[in-house]
Design a protein around this ligand. Structure first.
Ligand code: ADP
Ligand code: MG
Length: 727
């Protein structure tokens, strides 16, 4: 009897095992059993041989009339040809390199033969049919025959070297000697409580089902198990957070925060007030905050984070703000320094006049060595109250005197490893408070799945006075004059004193997509920044100040361009998705996205969030060559029809696998969510979460749930290797 971890070669032989490993990466019994059929074909009702049609899936009952085995003419190997007849006609069955079948397929025997009709040199035949021979001493049994014909044939993800039908045989071999007591994350108690079968039965149901009901019940079990294991992981993390210590940083009546609120040039929205209260409550606790702040683009998340940072500084701590790109880190630095105004001190030294102030320090990878050294020193000595940098640089050698709060901007995922790295930076025995901010709003269940161990705050309203962005789809091919109009429109905005973005999917004719872009489709012929720059600055936008910005430029150049654009010295910025997140230039009023169909729905929503950020109405033009009525055009129409980021992210998610949601680009890992789809399986996730939390209440260390504990280790191992791969 074999178990889930038995190597495949012990069961299917080393040749098949090698093919399985090469073609699909399957090495163990479990790997193979989790290679699920992607659909099932019906064998087909019993058919008479007369009138068989090519390409039809058929089952026939017939007697073998002759059998020959001969070497093939063109290739190596042998071919076994079996002729059968049912009285109405004759049919040839062929098997390659399966001479051993000659022993059972003998003339005179009857059986059921099932497969797809093909034509070879004008003759219809069945290649590699499945069959069931009728025992020699028995009359053909009509009921058994009908059941055989009705059975479902699993169709597997296959390759030309390992076709689907070989899986059928392989799975049969594996299932035959499989230990009936194999376990996954579900204990027998949970199985029976939820009305599920054993894992063994579920594998049988999915690989050799007798009916659709069995397939459905197996799928349900696998989906629930995935959700359950993941929710248990999150539950454990939450318990750990609740147990760990942080330094409480309560709001002080006097200090930087109070002074800042005095000079704030606008009134906080009700939503911002609410979110700030939630954050302040969290950080005045002696346990670390783990909060996700999600809010529409432009909803004003940064202010909420900044107020929290100031409160931490008022309590003697430091705060770090991590941005995904250097452009964004630079922008945060400049805008925070300008918002703080006179509250910024150059050296972080105590002001003898008693004025509250703090030092704000930028730390990025491209800074000169001396500047970096100075920044590192400011962080380590504690003189910098706020350190702003990129995620990447932060993982390195930065030390803090007393890191009290980490704000992670525009990040979907902030894993355990990142958090562990942070813990090492705060005062011994404590962890910093963590606030993760994202402008890609996600539905509740996704949030529960991805951030199940975080509290969630949401900013829905935009600051008053914003005029909603108008979005239009511009079909460039159908209406070339409309494209002309796009460039004219940009010219008009500039003449009114506003600024514009033109976004392209590529940097240059040769390059791949830029960073941040999640599209991998065919990249030839897509608009690129360099050519667009040349075209616009010498053509339709000649005379305007046009500049380009993309990831291949040196960091200081990127920074310069971004700053000049912020200062209004550049009229039109031609860019890749480097401007996707966070860039904040309120004077920009129009954005043209060229070849917009190459961007994701949420990405487009993010991009257009760069305009209409001030008092100027925003306009976004989605230029596309996609055809009317095509799915890509429908996606663009969806973006144009709503400004509701939640709605759009739902559309986006429905088209993706959750691997992307979780940040796991590679599927097929042990813990990889194979069947679970966060949107479709909303109810399962909610139920799994309840069951997981109930269990953790009784058995928080999983001492009585060892196989679940093992599954959890696998998930964590996967996350760790993914983290290491990225680093
Ligand atoms: P996001 O949530 O997209 O990160 P930001 O924090 O960058 O948004 O804020 C967008 C813009 O709105 C900034 O220019 C910011 O100064 C401004 N802002 C934030 N809160 C308010 C408010 N309550 N009233 C007016 N403007 C605000
Ligand atoms: Mg932002």
């Amino acid at each position: 009897m074999h178990s889930l971890s038995t190597p495949l070669k012990e069961i299917v032989g080393s040749q098949t095992a090698t093919s399985l490993s090469k073609a699909f990466g399957l090495k163990t019994v479990e790997d193979a059993l989790r290679h699920f059929p992607h659909r099932y074909a019906l064998r087909g009702e019993l058919t008479e041989m007369q009138g068989l049609k090519v390409d039809e899936q058929v089952t026939i009952m017939a007697a073998i009339t002759s059998v020959t085995n001969r070497p093939m003419k063109q290739k190596r190997g042998s071919i076994l040809e079996v002729t059968v007849s049912d009285g109405t006609g004759k049919l040839k069955l062929t098997f390659f390199n399966q001479a051993w079948r000659e022993r059972e397929l003998v003339a005179g025997r009857s059986g059921l033969f099932s497969g797809k009709i093909t034509e070879f040199k004008g003759t219809r035949q069945l290649a590699h049919p499945t069959y069931m021979l009728i025992p020699t001493d028995e009359e053909p049994n009509v009921e058994a025959a009908a059941a055989f014909a009705r059975a479902l044939i699993p169709v597997y993800p296959a390759t030309s070297t390992f076709p689907s039908w070989r899986f059928e045989r392989t799975m049969d071999l594996i299932l035959e000697g499989l230990d009936p007591l194999i376990k996954d994350g579900l204990s027998p108690e949970i199985e029976s409580q939820q009305g599920f079968t054993s894992l063994h039965q579920a594998f049988v149901d999915i690989h050799s089902p007798e009916n659709h009901g069995q397939i459905a019940r197996a799928r349900e079990r696998f989906i629930f198990e995935e959700a359950f294991v993941y929710q248990t992981v999150l539950g454990i993390r939450r318990i750990e957070t609740e147990k760990s210590n942080a330094i409480a940083r309560p709001v002080r009546k006097e200090g930087l925060l109070a002074d800042f609120d005095q000079i704030l040039p606008f009134k906080l929205t009700d939503g911002q007030v609410q979110v700030c209260t939630e954050i302040f409550d969290d950080i005045s606790n002696a346990h670390p905050m783990h909060r996700l702040l999600q809010g529409e683009v432009g909803s004003g998340k940064t202010i909420c984070a900044l107020r929290a940072m100031l409160s931490v500084i008022d309590n003697g701590g430091q705060a770090a703000l991590l941005a995904p790109t250097e452009v964004l880190a630079g922008q945060h630095f400049r805008s925070i320094v300008s918002m703080l105004g006179s509250l910024v001190s150059k050296d972080g030294l105590f002001d003898p006049l008693g004025k509250h102030s703090t030092q704000v320090t930028l730390l990025t990878g491209s800074m000169s060595a001396p500047a970096k050294r100075e920044a590192l020193l400011a962080a380590a000595s504690g003189s910098a109250g706020i350190v702003i940098g990129t995620h990447a640089i932060f993982q390195d050698k930065v030390q803090f005197a007393d890191l009290g709060l980490v704000v992670v901007d525009e990040q979907h995922r902030f894993g355990v490893e990142q958090r562990a790295a942070l813990a090492a930076k705060s005062i011994e025995g404590t962890k910093p408070h963590v606030l993760v901010m994202t402008a890609t709003p996600i539905p509740r269940t996704v949030a529960m799945t991805v951030f199940g161990d975080l509290e969630i705050s949401t900013l829905t309203e935009l600051p008053a006075g914003r005029i909603p962005i108008t979005t239009h789809v511009v079909p460039a091919q159908e209406k070339p004059s409309h494209l002309q109009r796009v460039w004219q429109r940009i010219g008009e905005e500039v003449s009114k004193g506003h600024q514009a973005y033109v976004v392209c999917p590529k940097i240059s004719a040769q390059t791949q997509t830029d960073e941040n872009s999640d599209t991998e489709i065919e990249i030839k012929g897509r608009a690129n920044v360099e050519e667009m720059f040349h075209f616009l600055s010498t053509g339709p936008l000649a005379g305007l100040k046009v500049a380009q910005l993309h990831g291949a430029l040196a960091s200081d150049i990127k920074d310069d361009v971004m700053q000049s654009f912020s200062r209004g010295e550049i009229d039109v910025l031609i860019a890749t998705t480097v401007i996707e997140v966070g860039v904040d230039v309120p004077n920009a009023s129009v954005m043209a996205i060229v070849d917009a169909e190459y961007f994701g729905v949420s990405q487009l929503h993010q991009l257009r969030g760069r305009v209409g950020r001030g008092k100027v109405p925003g306009l976004c033009l989605l230029v596309t060559n996609s055809e009317a009525d095509s799915p890509s055009r429908a996606r663009l129409d969806a973006v144009a029809s709503t400004l509701d980021g939640f709605e759009l992210s739902r559309i986006d998610l429905e088209q993706r696998r959750e691997g992307d949601v979780l940040g796991t680009s590679q599927s097929g890992r042990k813990s990889g969510l194979r069947m679970l789809q966060v949107v479709r399986d909303e109810n399962v996730i909610i139920k799994a979460r309840d069951v997981a939390w109930q269990l953790l209440k009784i058995d928080p260390e999983l001492q009585n749930n060892l196989s679940l504990a093992k599954r959890i280790k696998e998930v964590e191992q996967d996350e760790k290797s993914e983290y290491l791969e990225k680093a």
